[in-house]
Design a protein around this ligand. Sequence first.
Ligand SMILES: O=C(O)CCC(=O)C(=O)O
Length: 255
Amino acid sequence: MFCKFRLAVIQLQVSSVKADNLSRARRLVKEAAGQGSKVVVLPECFNSPYGTNFFSRYAEKIPGESTQVLSEAAKENQVYLVGGSIPEEDGGKLFNTCTVFGPDGEVILKHRKIHLFDIDIPGKIRFQESETLSAGNSLSVFDTSFCKVGVGICYDMRFAELAQLYSRKGCQLLVYPGAFNMTTGPTHWELLQRARALDNQVYVATASPARDETASYVAWGHSTVYLADVRQQIPITSQRRNDLYAVTSAQEGSS
Ligand SMILES: O=C(O)CCC(=O)C(=O)O
């Protein structure tokens, strides 16, 4: 089942003042709902600047201050709220975590980024999330009254198998809060979304922080929604050669 609904991606301006980030997010969720949005998506690291040196300073328990604001915003506005991500502290470890709230304000999903962003492009960008963060270990799918949704965070979008598994589980929308940069953004951000949408014949939505040229990590921006809605005309789902290949999850059957 897939019902028509309006989805909003919020390209949030993220500063170093957490309280400002939270109130700005809250105001924009309200604005999006006022325009008829039923599912609203915030960017990766929406409450804190993005960078390994910031994660421990901004980290919170879940539930905590930021997720409380998200819960209230979802309830006040009667929307499904994909709360971007925040640095989460749990048991002495830090995670890059997305929480999703239903229109009643209840948390319905917690996705910890499963692929940590560790890259080194000499002269361009070196980023090692694993220096401070731990990876999550679960696939993350939630149901809405409109369709089933699969969630990943930023670098998770590069892994085609995850998107394939989500689509096999019946997701018709994949959502990736992300914060690509000025090196990989122009080359891969749009291409990856189109690839995930095209391969799986699903909608793909991404929300990035707004670009801030003065930040230590300059986000590419370009929050986007992509659609490859050609399931009837190009029926690759039924044409798959399941007798020749398979994508399986180590968690299959357990979730
Ligand atoms: O994959 C990329 O190029 C960027 C990923 C990223 O910025 C992230 O995972 O936060």
